[in-house]
Design a protein around this ligand. Structure first.
Ligand code: ZN
Length: 273
């Protein structure tokens, strides 16, 4: 048998290999950095999801615990390690009893869990509950409105942003397409929304301090912000959608909107699921 001489890498080969590796790393590192921030967001979301699941599990078990205790991992009782955001975001909790619970990360937004009612009246009453909750909270926490809505004070934009982004996950609840068809409106992605009466006159009592259905117009539109023209309004008195020639609804009470609808000959949309 012929003896073969074992041979290692030559210096040149090593240099080439190292150079290739360095080149690869230079390409990969920036990509990995981007990947890490997405991974952190997913991790954060999953962490909050886990806390929420634990919270729900204890509710079902009939031994409710507070989310604050879960987040602190009080007495190391709930998790192997204390829930944390990988990007160093701070967790805060909004718990509106019987309605919704939110865990918000200062860097990655919020997730919610609760018994939300997606009917027009359900969406309206959720908004009124949140406004009452925020009004109550601001007595002891002056920055709560900004923290939760991004606005300095509670107004139509603030409460709408909060509802859309924090409660409904970025988009208002969808309207049944059958209603759009029955109303003979152009096809589109209609969302059920609330426009809360905005008054700038200092002589009129601030309607945001005392949230009532009279000031919360339920309407549907394909545009989710800043456009107060609509051809679909929900009649809070007879619980039917009405349609007609486009109306501007901002700054108005339900009584005012209803009068306009009558003047413009709006008709109920005949539709059953
Ligand atoms: Zn986070």
């Amino acid at each position: 048998m012929r003896k073969q001489k074992k041979r290692g890498f030559t210096l040149i080969e090593l240099i080439v290999v190292v150079a290739i590796l360095v080149a690869l790393l230079l390409i990969l590192v920036p990509r990995l950095t981007g990947f890490t921030s997405t991974a952190a967001e997913v991790q954060c979301q999953q962490t909050r999801q886990k806390v929420m699941e634990m919270y729900n599990a204890y509710q079902i078990k009939g031994e409710p615990v507070s989310i604050e205790d879960l987040l602190k991992n009080k007495d190391d009782e709930y998790f192997i390690s204390t829930p944390k955001c990988a990007s160093g975001g701070k967790y805060s909790v909004v718990e509106i009893k019987g309605l919704v619970t939110l865990i918000k990360c200062s860097k990655h937004g919020s997730i919610s869990s609760g018994n939300l009612d997606y009917t027009p009246k359900g969406i309206q009453s959720a908004m009124l509950e949140f406004m009452k909750f925020l009004n109550e909270q601001k007595k002891t926490n002056s920055s709560i409105i900004r923290e939760l809505t991004g606005n300095s004070k509670l107004n139509n934009d603030a409460i709408r942003n909060f509802m859309k982004n924090e409660i409904y996950g970025g988009s208002w609840p969808a309207l049944d397409n059958g209603i759009v068809n029955a109303a003979n409106l152009p096809k589109g992605d209609y969302k059920i929304q609330i426009c809360y009466r905005h008054v700038t006159d200092p002589n009129v009592e601030n309607p945001y301090n005392n949230p009532v259905p009279e000031n919360a117009i339920i309407y549907a539109s394909t545009i989710q912000g800043g456009n107060w023209n609509t051809s679909l309004i929900y009649n809070q008195d007879d619980n039917k959608w009405y349609s007609g020639k486009s109306l501007v609804i901002n700054g108005k009470t339900w009584t005012e909107v209803k009068t306009l609808m009558e003047e413009k000959g709006w008709k109920p949309v005949e539709y059953s699921e």
